[in-house]
Design a protein around this ligand. Sequence first.
Ligand code: ADP
Ligand code: 5GP
Length: 187
Amino acid sequence: MKRHLFVFSGPSGVGKGTVLNKALPLLGDITYSVSCTTRDPRPEDIEGKTYHFMTKGDFKRMADEGKFLEWAEVHGHYYGTRKDIVQAALEEGKDVLLEIDVQGALQVKKKMPEAVTIFLQPPSADELAKRLRGRGTESEEELATRIKNSVTELDFAEQYDHFVINDIVDNAVCEFIKIVKGYREEL
Ligand code: ADP
Ligand code: 5GP
């Protein structure tokens, strides 16, 4: 069976984590690529599960050694996808999912045009700000950066293969699953 690389993006606080937490267990065999980041862990973060946390020095060294499939500076921190993990999973015949920002998604699409890009949109800018604030994980300064950056990120949505609106979360989960299954069922 053909394996796929799915790339999932959307502004901070739109609900990417929420949708994936519900969708991934229903999708069976799909490898979630754990990104490397220089941002500080949040209380709910688990090293090696949500992210690999590292210093800027270690991150830059890995970037210089060409270890990332893509990397970008997002909201003032570095984030990157490990090339070896993605390649190994695809070679084993597994589908892979990246949850990365718009800059990273465009880098991946350029290197691997067969990648399937999916953008998660908020129902409105006000609702996005409300969710981000309601999550309560960022300082006021971080919140302002993320809200400001969401405007630019939303401009990239039209470059994606698919978009899903996260209004009612279960509907967004169904839409996401439908897209992934659609590719899996292709001959
Ligand atoms: P992201 O991973 O995109 O940064 P999260 O999954 O952390 O976003 O969601 C941000 C906040 O919004 C969380 O508090 C989450 O519970 C809430 N949320 C997610 N989806 C919805 C939705 N459809 N309706 C209302 N609140 C939502
Ligand atoms: P957060 O700090 O809220 O977990 O993530 C902030 C942003 O970084 C989100 O847009 C998320 O998609 C993005 N991100 C997470 N991992 C990666 C990655 O490996 N590469 C890139 N380019 N962006 C990432």
